[in-house]
Design a protein around this ligand. Structure first.
Ligand SMILES: NC(=O)c1ccc[n+]([C@@H]2O[C@H](COP(=O)([O-])OP(=O)(O)OC[C@H]3O[C@@H](n4cnc5c(N)ncnc54)[C@H](OP(=O)(O)O)[C@@H]3O)[C@@H](O)[C@H]2O)c1
Length: 323
């Protein structure tokens, strides 16, 4: 089958280890099922894998890709949940210490076919195209869990999103807007601030700007570069949810602010299969759709990776396979 695989790991030149070409079909596995993919989308995770973060040389060649949608063995249209846990683990699979994401231990979705545990399939509603559905399992699921599960954002509350242009950030703005949350964003870039307002942000500020009032929650994926501003922006008892650290992971925290204002600092990673199912239903019910930066055939995966690595994307890069 055709697949985009990591064949070599290179911290400085990740794209040099990407190969788009023939790869063996998935081997049948007890309790697992095969999905014929129609669309998959790229994440920074794929670039990190090519750099050797979360993927070790002895696992190569590894099919890349966490996000995918396609057709299962019974002909149903499905979205693929990317978190693969220990089958004996009970409870929230994001807390399973043995969990992995597709493409870390098991081959991923940038291929004609992917094999996953049967429980990882979520029905794809007819309202969503394969391209749209393939954007949801990583960045959008992460945003859903940050906003609704971790922060418990309620209609009418105010939530600040740091770094408006990222895949998680754009998903946060759109999801919050759909749920009646007042979404504020920051960005260093005027064009990204303007795009955020078009997406449904209520107000957009320069990074580090003083806000007109304190917010109920802050969504952090930037990290060190915005952390201090995030803490200062929170109201008493407010919540900061952090799921990434693109701008550095060593941040200074004024603990007096944390205890005196009774702030809550919560980490968040991916989401559960049930959260993905609810996210998919929310999209179908509201008409909300993911922002797609570009759609390319899987054969042109290297062009998609170059776009992502160049840092100029707004929304998701989607790779497709014919019906
Ligand atoms: N925990 C999880 O499950 C999970 C899931 C998905 C992603 N992530 C992580 O979340 C992070 C965000 O990923 P993403 O793909 O959504 O977005 P991204 O492309 O990594 O960028 C997010 C934003 O970070 C800001 N930024 C980048 N470098 C910066 C710097 N040096 N100083 C200040 N701001 C900077 C930019 O904001 P402006 O240019 O707009 O200012 C950018 O829009 C990544 O670290 C990713 O690994 C985690």
């Amino acid at each position: 089958m055709l697949a985009a695989t990591a064949v070599r790991l290179d911290a400085d030149d990740p794209l040099s280890g990407l190969r788009v070409g023939d790869h063996p079909d998935p081997e049948p596995r007890e309790g697992w099922t095969t999905v014929r993919l129609r669309a998959a989308s790229l994440n920074h995770h794929d670039l990190w894998s090519l750099r050797g973060v979360g993927l070790s040389a002895e696992r190569l060649p590894m099919v890349l890709g966490c996000d995918g949608a396609g057709i299962d063995e019974d002909g149903n249209e499905v979205v693929v949940h990317a978190v693969v846990g220990d089958p004996d683990f009970r409870g929230d699979e994001t807390l399973d210490p043995r969990r992995s994401l597709l493409s870390e231990r098991y081959d991923g979705t940038l291929a004609d076919r992917v094999q996953v545990p049967r429980r990882n399939l979520v029905p794809k509603p007819a309202e969503l195209t394969f391209e749209e559905a393939a954007c949801l399992p990583t960045a959008w699921l992460t945003a859903y869990r940050m906003l609704f599960t971790q922060a418990g954002a309620r209609p009418g509350s105010t939530v600040l999103v740091q770094g408006a242009g990222g895949g998680v950030a754009t998903a946060l703005v759109a999801l919050g807007r759909a749920a009646g949350v007042r979404m504020w964003v920051t960005s260093r870039d005027e064009a990204k601030r303007a795009r955020s307002l078009e997406l449904g942000a209520d107000q957009a500020f320069e990074s580090g700007a003083r806000l007109p009032e304190r917010v109920d929650a802050v969504m952090e994926t930037v990290g060190a570069a915005t952390w201090e501003h995030s803490l200062k922006s929170l109201t008493q008892g407010g919540t900061i949810v952090v799921s990434g650290a693109t701008g550095g992971h060593q941040a200074v925290t004024d603990l007096r602010r944390v205890f005196f204002l009774q702030l809550r600092v919560l980490g968040s990673t991916m989401g559960t299969r049930d959260e993905l199912e609810r996210l998919v239903r929310l999209m179908a019910a509201t008409g909300l759709r993911p922002v797609v930066d570009s759609v390319l055939p899987l054969e042109d995966a290297a062009d998609g990776f170059r776009r992502l690595a160049g840092g100029d994307v707004f929304g998701k890069v989607v790779l497709t396979r014919p019906a």
